[in-house]
Design a protein around this ligand. Structure first.
Ligand SMILES: Cc1cc2nc3c(=O)[nH]c(=O)nc-3n(C[C@H](O)[C@H](O)[C@H](O)COP(=O)(O)OP(=O)(O)OC[C@H]3O[C@@H](n4cnc5c(N)ncnc54)[C@H](O)[C@@H]3O)c2cc1C
Ligand SMILES: C[S@@+](CC[C@H](N)C(=O)[O-])C[C@H]1O[C@@H](n2cnc3c(N)ncnc32)[C@H](O)[C@@H]1O
Length: 644
């Protein structure tokens, strides 16, 4: 797949008029003012704020984020409204995001300076895909989708209650108003949705009507005599968003469980987290520290895009956690690269990827060494948003979120459906908890629980690898996490290196493995190769910890709704996304060696699926982690064998 390159907007600022885009020959808003237009056309035109009154969630879909004026006006209206919805989700698509300095300039005299400052502080790097930003404790969510509307809109999963159509003028920017785009808008409209735009172009009005909207004219503003308002009233049946669960059980209190519990609680769901260990994060997520960062691949396929989206989101979440006292640092990470051609070959790859330096850059060995504080043997990829974190502390922090209850020391041995609810029970058959939804976030144990619920035939090809980390107290010159063949993390007053990777041997159990001296030696040798740092004196006592990583056979995690236990006769299995689901049952597991990077975003994905909120990932990336993907692969293999 050819990587998508995001070209930031070229914006011209005039002393006496609105900012304009020379590439489109149009202005960002009328001279009457961006806020006046936002309030009259987009808010009032969609019946807002009245239509969101007392609703648990209201979703706005916008085409053309531009300078974010409509978003700021909507957020401001939400804040000022005593009858506001509990949660506002604003999804906006933008092909040419402004550079941060242009955003600052555009909002220099903003009538909403505090909101504009928050938006600017949260402004993402121009990397393609979805960027999730939460404001007001997550009650206002911006999902900024960077890319071309025709490509990106069909990849979004959401049910819009109101649509703001705000491209440049149709004659100058036809791609934003094409029948295809309007049809895709209709496909994402919730029953009773509205739409509004300042344009009254005939083709637009016809396109909206074809997409299922009843179209009307309303009084205009600022030189526009009329505007277009519309109500979604299709002649065909349209899918309502799923009813959110009132409560949910999460089995497992590691990174996966904590991330999904946090996301569900922020969506207003009462969550009970159950773990067999007496304290959370006592298994794979219990190391003193781990690293997180993105990735780069020439074809920018699903794996690279998923890890990029996850790493960019993790940096947001962990920055806030570190500010709240969780041990860690989000101040960059170096990943050494020994490829032939060195830094020049890496620069060529970076240039062909089109990815911004704010996401990943190339440093030659001298510059990488200067930043690291030690002599490094090779050039490095520089991930400015990478870093390290104490996973266990983050798990505790996430589980302390309001709305999350922890039941520790309770092993779940069975999962049963009880009417419309799910029940988890212990070895004596005593019910530990029951809820509308359940998320299996108990690593390799998820399969056994599914079997108790009667999910025959949905086995995932999971495997486990043993890993050991090594650390000791010291004052180290290393200033940043360095990864490559192994990794080295400078912690306050200590250095941690790791990690070994060995397949599970028969008879090895998950929890009672002691650290091995040979594995410490292995970690220390790799540390020396990676950073040139000498191992500690033999008299120094080494800290060590062993745990098990859980992987799937395609090295991608498992996140999402589980396939129905009984599929309808003749069900076609060509695409995972069309496989029917078992109501209220989800999984988040197989995070492999990248749980810190993956957990926060995939926790949000699972919560969005469970609550019917807009998904924070494009459909094809959700497909890549779909728990049903092996059903489809098995069906394809079966069909190929029959054909052969
Ligand atoms: C040595 C080592 C180094 C690593 N380094 C890094 C790193 O630097 N960066 C990184 O991102 N990742 C790293 N990882 C991987 C990372 O630790 C994992 O991806 C992550 O911890 C997995 O989280 P999890 O919540 O899926 O699993 P776990 O943390 O294992 O959580 C599963 C939980 O489920 C509970 N449970 C299981 N069965 C039941 C049941 N029946 N009833 C109730 N509770 C149950 C368990 O008690 C456990 O708490 C490393 C892993 C190892 C082993
Ligand atoms: C009028 S401006 C939007 C103003 C914005 N709603 C605001 O409140 O500031 C139109 C926007 O559409 C974007 N755009 C143009 N063509 C696009 C396309 N094909 N896909 C996505 N966005 C596009 C432009 O880059 C521009 O930012």
């Amino acid at each position: 797949m050819k990587p998508t390159r995001i070209t930031p907007a070229r914006i011209t600022f005039a002393a006496d008029g609105p900012p304009s885009a020379p590439d489109f020959g149009d202005v960002y808003h009328p001279a009457a003012g961006a806020l006046a237009q936002a309030r009259h056309v987009f808010l009032a035109g969609n019946g807002l704020p009245g239509r969101w009154a007392a609703r648990p969630r209201f979703v706005v879909l916008e085409t053309g984020f531009g300078l974010g004026n409509n978003f700021l006006a909507t957020w401001d209206a939400w804040r000022s409204d005593a009858q506001r919805c509990e949660r506002l989700v604003f999804v906006s698509i933008e092909a040419h995001p402004p550079r941060r300095e242009d955003l600052v300039r555009a909002h220099a005299g903003s009538p909403l300076p505090a909101l504009a400052a928050e938006l600017i502080a949260a402004w993402p790097p121009p990397a393609p895909g979805l960027h999730l930003r939460d404001f007001d404790d997550g009650r206002v969510r911006l999902l900024l989708a960077l890319g071309d509307v025709e490509r990106l809109l069909p990849a979004l999963r959401l049910h819009a209650d109101a649509v703001f159509l705000d491209g440049f003028a149709p004659a100058r920017n036809p791609a934003m108003w094409s029948p295809r785009v309007l049809k895709a808008v209709g496909r994402r409209a919730a029953p009773g949705a509205s739409a509004a735009t300042w344009s009254v172009a005939v083709a637009l009005r016809q396109g909206l009507a074809t997409a299922g909207f009843e179209v009307q004219r309303a009084a205009g503003i600022g030189g526009k005599r009329e505007i277009t308002v519309a109500r979604f009233a299709p002649r065909w049946r349209c899918e309502p968003p799923p009813t959110p669960p009132r409560d949910a059980i999460v089995v497992g209190a590691g990174l996966a469980g904590a991330a999904v519990a946090r996301a569900l609680a922020r969506a207003g769901i009462e969550v009970t987290v159950v773990d067999r260990q007496p304290v959370p994060a006592a298994e794979a997520s219990g190391n003193p520290a781990g690293l997180f960062h993105g990735t780069l691949h020439p074809d920018d396929g699903p794996h690279a895009r998923l890890f990029r989206a996850a790493a960019l989101h993790a940096a947001q979440v962990y920055r806030a956690a570190v500010a709240a006292g969780v041990p860690g640092a989000v101040s960059g990470l170096l990943r050494l690269d020994q490829r032939a051609g060195g830094a020049d070959a890496m620069r060529a790859l970076l240039a062909s990827s089109g990815l911004p330096g704010a996401y990943v850059d190339v440093l030659d060995a001298a510059e990488a060494s200067r930043r690291a504080g030690v002599a490094l043997p090779a050039p490095a990829w520089w991930y400015p948003d990478g870093g390290w974190l104490s996973p266990a502390d983050w798990v505790h922090h996430a589980l302390a979120a309001p709305g999350v209850r922890l039941l520790a020391g309770r092993a779940v041995v069975s999962l049963q459906r009880a009417g419309a609810r799910w029940r988890v029970a212990d070895a004596d058959g005593a019910v530990i908890a029951d809820a509308d939804a359940v998320v299996l976030a108990n690593a390799g144990g998820a399969q056994a629980l599914l079997a108790t619920a009667g999910a025959a035939g949905s086995a995932w090809p999971l495997r486990h690898t043993r890993g050991q980390v090594t650390w000791w107290p010291c004052s180290t010159p290393l200033r940043l996490p360095v990864a490559g063949d192994g990794y080295a993390l400078p912690l306050p007053g200590a250095l941690l290196c790791g990690a070994t990777r060995e397949p599970q041997e028969p008879g090895e159990s998950a929890n009672d493995e002691p650290a091995r001296d040979a594995d410490h030696r292995h970690n220390l040798q790799r540390l020396q190769r990676l950073t040139g740092l000498a191992p500690p004196d033999v008299s120094t006592p080494l800290g060590g910890r062993v745990a098990w990583r859980c992987h799937s056979d395609d090295r991608l995690p498992i996140a999402g709704a589980l396939p129905a236990f009984t599929l309808p006769a003749g069900q076609r299995l060509e695409q995972a996304r069309r496989v029917p689901r078992e109501p209220g049952l989800y999984a988040l597991t197989a995070l492999g060696a990248r749980g810190l990077t993956l957990a926060p975003l995939l926790g949000e994905l699972v919560a969005a699926m469970a609550t019917g909120a807009p998904w924070p990932l494009e459909q094809d990336l959700a497909d890549a982690v779909d728990p049903a993907r092996w059903l489809v692969r098995a069906a394809r293999a079966g069909a190929a064998a029959t054909a052969g």
